[in-house]
Design a protein around this ligand. Structure first.
Ligand code: NAP
Length: 493
């Protein structure tokens, strides 16, 4: 009920969320409902990939090239490309040679997939692999989970929504939404303010036990120092490892499944019986960390000189997170400055929504905003509200372009880096800091200072008359690009 839109009271009153964690079809049904209810489809062109977007100082507009061959000229260029949508295709030799079925979890087919009677390999043990493996195990003749690095996971404890809770939230939605914005992750739950290192060990463990039973991503939220003090972190890490050892009957497999690094350093996973599947006779763990996959062969996986045959291989290998979707578009700002070059050493933004040298370009939950460290749907709405207010203010001021100054951007980048240093999360290679993609700059990309601090900074900028931005130019209509089939009418925004 919290991971949903709040911009329309009737929408949040009328929608039923039947489970604590909705499955994918339910979320898709909601997205479609929102699109229909607010008549959004007329403004959406589906099945279209943006290839390039170039800013032209002469027209003070963006020329956006799409794969249907059209160029659309726009005054404002808003990127809502997502933090986890650019698929990471692993560089494993022979991947294309496999003659069985290849699936990438990030590009899952829309038609149902059936693994009945098949020998299946899943590559990866991140959230997606942990959530898909138990489902695949229900159908497959055999399932081999290929693990490079063991990962922490907390039971989702998914369940039907309690009607009393639903009634309570519905009755108090506006107050609860407002309260959520005052919390670090924009999510209401019971969070502890005391430090685990100042609390007797039995009490810390009792709290962890209660959170394990409750399930979900706020497992570490009982104490304020879990992600800041290694002494606290190790208590939670040992707690989860003890759980893994108690669930998985084969001690060797259990030991392999026990993570070695900081809990919560990589994003914590939630699962529906992941560790339990290793007690099933047809499920096994392949340690591809100590003995890597040599190559994919036409029939399966070659490792340690042995070929393991499979009917299907599922790659749950994650995303080129946070910056990937921006950099896959050829974005050029003022004087042809390429975003790729500007972000060569890591993303540079002001407030995670704008970039110096890229006038009138706005990002929804971009790098340098709290994004993935918060409840995403409310964060998306906050981004959208801020940038639409900014555009309104620009128009009201009788100006055409708005652009972050290099100084404001530099100071925001320094602040984002500085707050990241204090967290244990910056000590672990993860998709938060580019560590999952070979060659990607090692920079902690989301803003880790929390939603309230972030909102305060965004509001301060507005209150100070958009401090840190240059507003220039007199308003004028956007002229259509030459030989453009898109009409001027269509190009007003
Ligand atoms: P991920 O967390 O990045 O996990 C990718 C997995 O693939 C890791 O285990 C990684 O191993 C492995 N891998 C990558 N390349 C490999 C290679 N060449 N050989 C062997 N293993 C390889 O990606 P994800 O599971 O898709 O999750 C990404 C994020 O999406 C999550 O953290 C979460 O934010 C979101 N998500 C959320 C939910 C949810 O419950 N709401 C569900 C799914 C995903 P290493 O660790 O060794 O790199």
């Amino acid at each position: 009920m919290q991971y949903s839109y709040q911009f329309d009271e009737e929408l949040q009153q009328e929608w039923d969320w039947p489970e604590r964690y909705s499955p994918q079809p339910e979320i898709l049904r909601y997205a479609r409902h929102v699109a229909d209810r607010f008549d959004l489809r007329r403004d959406i062109q589906f099945d279209t990939r943006v290839q390039a977007a170039h800013y032209d100082d002469a027209t003070q507009a963006w020329d956006v090239t799409t794969d249907d061959g059209k160029v659309t000229r726009a005054r404002y260029f808003v990127l809502a490309v997502g933090c986890l949508s650019s698929f990471n295709k692993p560089d494993i030799p022979g991947l294309e040679d496999f003659e069985g079925n290849t699936y990438f979890t990030a590009q899952w087919p829309h038609e149902p997939v059936n693994f009945t009677g098949q020998d299946v390999a899943v590559i990866g043990t991140g959230s997606t692999a942990m959530q898909s493996s138990p489902e695949i195990a229900k159908q497959a003749k055999s399932l081999t989970v290929c693990q490079r690095t063991a990962n922490y996971s907390i039971p989702a404890q998914n369940r039907p929504q309690d009607p009393e809770y639903v009634a309570y939230v519905r009755k108090n939605y506006p107050e609860l939404r407002a309260e959520a914005k005052t919390l670090y992750g924009g999510l209401l739950d019971d969070f502890g303010e005391v430090r685990a290192v100042d609390t007797p060990r039995e009490e810390v463990e009792a709290e962890l036990e209660q959170r394990w039973k409750k399930g979900g991503l706020t497992f570490l939220g009982g104490f304020s120092d879990m992600l800041y003090d290694e002494r606290a972190n190790v208590i939670a890490a040992e707690f989860v490892k003890a759980k893994i050892r108690s669930i998985v009957k084969d001690p060797e497999t259990a030991e392999l499944l026990c993570p070695r690094n900081i809990i919560g350093g990589k994003r914590l996973c939630v699962d529906n019986g992941f560790f339990q599947i290793f007690n099933l006779p047809h499920v096994s763990l392949m340690d591809v960390g100590s003995k890597p996959i040599e190559r994919i062969t036409p029939r399966g996986i070659l490792r340690g000189g042995t070929e393991h045959r499979f009917d299907s291989i599922v790659y749950a290998t994650g995303f080129d997170a946070i910056t990937g979707s921006y950099l896959r578009i050829d974005i050029r700002g003022r004087d042809g400055l390429k975003l790729k070059d500007h972000w060569d050493a890591g993303p540079r933004t002001f407030l995670g929504m704008t970039v110096s040298g890229f006038p009138n370009m706005f990002m929804v939950t971009g790098p340098g905003s709290p994004s993935v460290l918060t409840n995403m749907l409310p964060s998306i709405e906050l981004s959208v509200e801020w940038l639409t207010d900014a555009i309104a203010a620009l128009r009201k001021a009788g100006k055409t372009t708005m652009e972050a100054t290099p100084e404001a951007e530099a100071s925001w980048v320094a602040h984002v880096n500085e707050v990241a240093q204090g967290s244990l999360r910056s000590k672990v290679k993860s998709w938060y800091n580019g560590g999952n993609i070979p060659g990607k700059p090692s920079v902690f990309m989301p803003y880790i200072g929390g939603l309230p601090a972030y909102l305060e900074k965004c509001n301060e900028v507005v209150a100070a008359g958009y401090r840190g931005f240059k507003m220039t130019g007199a308003p004028r209509p956007v002229a259509p690009p030459p030989q453009n089939p898109v009409t001027a009418e269509e190009q007003t925004t």
